[in-house]
Design a protein around this ligand. Structure first.
Ligand SMILES: Cc1cc2nc3c(=O)[nH]c(=O)nc-3n(C[C@H](O)[C@H](O)[C@H](O)COP(=O)(O)OP(=O)(O)OC[C@H]3O[C@@H](n4cnc5c(N)ncnc54)[C@H](O)[C@@H]3O)c2cc1C
Length: 320
């Protein structure tokens, strides 16, 4: 089975999910390659090779300075035609998801999105993916001979740390770099120092915090744990915090090792974005709040007492 991992970069820095894709590819095959597209892919291609990316297919062009899924999909299609992988893996990030569906369509392939598990079965690949916020989990496989396009959720696979690889600088037909749209600027709305989707720990605030003036209390708890700050949609809509923090169906899908929900009821639209977190802690004064149905640890009580107490304890114990 030939597997192509798609690495993604921003400002010429590789996302951590790129190394997770290499690890995912290595878990199912020894015949792996990694594609990287950038304005100047030289240094990041070498980094991918040194971390076990196998054949690193590097494409450099000034049109790749900003992410443009139309150009990325056309360039990757050229690579797929040339190297004929059976399986293509891509991070299930905002960019990755936009890219992979185009890529599957352009190549007439089958697609499975938001995978949480991969299993090799002979020459076939079985992909596990959750539906309805994780209430149903299905296992799917590609029945045809066409390439199988799979996007993988963050934090399912560890990042590959080392290994071998060689960089191949690819030359692509210039037509692939033309698109009907052109990205002229890209701005990132900061969700704090840590990216929500890459964070190992997240502390999220909900409407139980009563008002914008109390969000710093949850922020302090997040800081004491070195965690990113998340939010329910209710407090984003109320203007207490920016949209970049929102977790859930219409926000970000996260998969950290630790997720602490503070004053969040646990509506299904929130749960779909966080219920696959490894350990979930819920703080809520209502013992019947739905969030407790997915929580590994529940604290029933007033967040205004519990949050400062936890922050003080973590600051003392963890010395942050
Ligand atoms: C199409 C659609 C998409 C949506 N997408 C999203 C999404 O992406 N993300 C999302 O989060 N929501 C989303 N929602 C909204 C979702 O349905 C809920 O309305 C929202 O998640 C509720 O946010 P909340 O839990 O903060 O507020 P509430 O439901 O009001 O819950 C507040 C909780 O705080 C608790 N509480 C109150 N005071 C305290 C206290 N002192 N101490 C401790 N606990 C306390 C209460 O018991 C309650 O459980 C979506 C809805 C729709 C229709």
């Amino acid at each position: 089975m030939k597997v192509l991992a798609i690495a993604l970069q921003k400002d010429n820095k590789l996302t951590s999910a790129s190394f997770e894709m290499i690890q995912a590819a290595r878990s199912i095959s020894e015949d792996i390659s990694t594609a990287i597209l950038a304005e100047n892919a030289d240094s990041i291609a070498s980094e991918l090779a040194s971390r076990g990316g196998g054949q690193v297919l590097a494409v450099s062009d000034e049109s790749l300075k900003f992410f443009n899924e139309e150009i990325h999909a056309k360039v990757l299609t050229e690579l797929i035609k040339k190297h004929t992988p059976n399986v293509i893996l891509c991070p299930a990030s905002l960019y990755g998801k936009a890219l992979l569906c185009r890529l599957a369509a352009l190549n007439g392939g089958a697609m499975a999105s938001e995978a949480t598990g991969l299993e090799k079965d002979g020459e076939k690949l079985k992909v596990t993916r959750p539906h309805y916020g994780g209430s149903v989990v299905s296992t799917v496989e590609n029945r045809g001979e066409s390439p199988f396009f799979v996007s993988i959720r963050a934090k399912i696979f560890p990042e590959s740390k080392d290994g071998s690889g060689e960089v191949i600088n690819e030359t692509i037909d210039s037509a692939a770099f033309e698109a009907v749209s052109k990205v002229i600027e890209s701005k990132v709305e900061a969700a704090g120092e840590l990216s929500l989707t890459e964070a190992d720990r997240i502390v999220s605030a909900g409407r139980g915090m009563k008002g914008k003036e109390h969000i710093p209390m949850v922020e302090e708890l997040a800081k004491s744990l070195g965690a990113a700050l998340g939010a329910s949609r209710a407090i984003v809509d109320a203007g207490w915090i920016s949209y970049s923090h929102q977790v859930g169906q219409t926000g970000k899908t996260v998969n950290p090792k630790l997720y602490i929900a503070v004053g969040i009821s646990g509506a299904i639209q929130h749960l779909v974005g966080m219920r696959t977190s490894q350990t979930i802690v819920a703080i809520n004064k209502d013992k019947d709040a739905p969030i407790f149905s997915v929580a590994n640890y529940g604290i029933v009580g007033d967040a205004f007492e519990i949050v400062p107490a936890l922050t003080a304890k973590f600051n003392k114990e963890l010395g942050s």
